[in-house]
Ligand binder design. Structure first.
Ligand SMILES: [Zn+2]
Length: 109
């Protein structure tokens, strides 16, 4: 994850990352506290050293592949009994990175 962020910063020739926003799906199996801890251990000496880590929770969205109805709980699965596609809620995405010392200060990752 941090490598991804640093690669993006490198592309922008930024010397400093000020803020990193992560989109974390409700069912991503990611505990923000753990990511924060991991990040704190890895960031020393990198351009992300002073960056703030922010988490944006992404709700679970499921869809019936038969009738395309969307729902948010497996318990709400539709009567079509066609199963459920996961539309969102399992992702861990670097959503945006805010950089210092670059003309474009915010980039969508
Ligand atoms: Zn259905």
């Amino acid at each position: 994850m941090l490598n991804l962020v640093l690669a993006a910063a490198g592309r922008e020739h930024a010397s400093r990352i000020t803020r990193i926003t992560l989109a974390v799906g409700r069912e991503a199996g990611v505990v923000p506290d753990c990511v924060q801890h991991y990040f704190d251990q890895l960031k020393a000496g990198t351009p992300a050293e002073n960056a703030t880590l922010e988490f944006r929770a992404v709700p679970l969205v499921l869809r019936c592949p038969h009738c395309n109805r969307e729902f948010s709980e497996l318990a709400d699965i539709c009567a079509c009994n066609a199963g459920a596609e996961v539309i969102s809620g399992r992702e861990l995405i670097v959503e945006s990175i805010e950089l210092a010392d670059t003309p474009r200060s915010t980039r969508q990752a």
